[in-house]
Write a protein that binds this ligand. Structure first.
Ligand SMILES: C[S@@+](CC[C@H](N)C(=O)[O-])C[C@H]1O[C@@H](n2cnc3c(N)ncnc32)[C@H](O)[C@@H]1O
Length: 351
């Protein structure tokens, strides 16, 4: 028998396997949210598991297993007679945070699975589910990036604000749509290379009745130059939210400089709104701040494994300055949603 098997062994086993528990829990919650199980339980408290499985077109045996797993983690409950399932308060509460599960788990579980392989072979990138990354990112943005962008648009409005936002790498377009709903005077053009995201966006746009105010184009950021825009770019604001980091790894720094320079050359009166993360994985806040530990620490890791490259705020500022761009305004998210100071947005103009 191992010498380690002393009377403290089980306590240490439990302590050391907590991350495994949370690995399974994060994945189970993601699927329960994504499949609509939590939403259906919320709508139909006391539902029997076969009825729940039938309503969502799921396998009854596996549905039961997932409900029991979540019950043992405090997210679902039996009704008092033991026949049906309901949500606990934790199960209701977690639904607000579905976009974080969608992006980090739905989008990047595959990347984490491949982490070992890409650690050995630095020429390869870990795969991800781009549709889920784009959709989750837009959902998160409703709480952090959207108020930040609104601050920058308020600033731009003082100098005759933009009439049309050209959102490059718009994901499923829901971030842009949130912006259009909040600002009825705006029009939007969403540009996104991933076909699955464009499809989702078209559906959501129809649901919101925004067809007359927003177009969606399948294309990459450099297709900004092909979009039909007013001469000089008056009233136009380009926007890239968490997208220049993608272009950076795909095409390099020069491509970003060319994109910004040629867009401002063609549209000298336009504005450009950039939202990025300040790549500070060793900042003191990383070891002390709850959101840095639950969000930014995983975020920084998966960006190194996938085809993206994060840079520091100073790096971005220097790049904008080299191109002769003026930073008209700077913003951080509302600290009620994110007080780490790691996310920033800038409003740029030529000269
Ligand atoms: C993290 S998501 C951001 C989505 C959205 N902008 C937001 O604020 O949440 C990154 C998006 O960039 C898109 N993307 C990747 N490479 C791109 C490129 N070269 N040009 C434009 N978009 C790109 C991805 O398909 C994905 O939808």
């Amino acid at each position: 028998m191992s010498d380690l098997l002393n009377d403290d062994f089980e306590r240490r086993l439990i302590e050391n396997t907590q991350p495994v528990r949370y690995f399974f829990l994060a994945s189970a919650l993601h699927h329960a949210l994504d499949l609509g199980i939590l939403a259906e339980l919320g709508r139909r408290p006391g539902i029997e598991e076969d009825a729940l499985a039938g309503a969502l077109d799921l396998d009854p045996h596996r549905t039961g297993a997932l409900l029991r797993f979540l019950r043992n983690e405090g997210y679902t409950t039996f009704t008092s007679d033991g026949t049906g399932w309901s949500l606990s308060s934790k199960g209701r509460e977690v639904q607000t945070f579905a976009p974080w599960y969608e992006m980090l788990v739905g989008g990047y579980a595959l990347s984490m699975e491949q982490l070992g392989d890409v650690m050995r072979d630095g020429t390869r990138y870990a795969e991800r589910n781009t549709t889920k990354v784009g959709e989750g990112s837009c959902g998160i943005g409703a709480y952090d990036a959207l108020p930040l962008v609104e601050q920058l648009l308020d600033h731009a409005a003082r100098n005759g604000g933009p009439e049309t936002i050209v959102d490059l790498g718009c994901g499923d377009g829901s971030f842009l749509m949130d912006l259009l709903v909040a600002r009825p005077e705006l029009h939007g053009i969403g540009v996104e290379p991933h076909a699955g995201s464009v499809e989702l966006g078209e559906r959501r746009r129809a649901e919101l009745g925004l067809e007359n105010r927003m177009s969606l184009v399948q294309g990459a950021a450099h297709d900004a130059l092909k979009v039909d825009l007013p001469e000089g770019g008056r009233g136009i604001c380009f926007m890239t939210a968490f997208v220049l980091q993608e272009v950076m790894q795909q095409q390099g720094q020069q491509a970003i400089e060319d994109l910004l320079a040629s867009t401002f050359e063609l549209y000298p009166e336009a504005r450009w709104l950039v939202v990025e993360m300040d790549h500070q994985p060793l900042a003191p806040v990383m070891g002390t701040h709850g959101l840095a530990q639950t969000f930014y620490n995983p975020y920084f890791l998966i960006h190194a494994a996938t085809e993206q490259r994060l840079e520091t705020r100073t790096w971005w500022d220097q790049l904008f300055a080299r191109l002769g761009l003026t930073t008209e305004a700077v913003a951080n998210p509302d600290p009620r949603a994110d007080s780490t100071g790691l996310q920033f947005g800038v409003l740029l103009k030529k000269g």
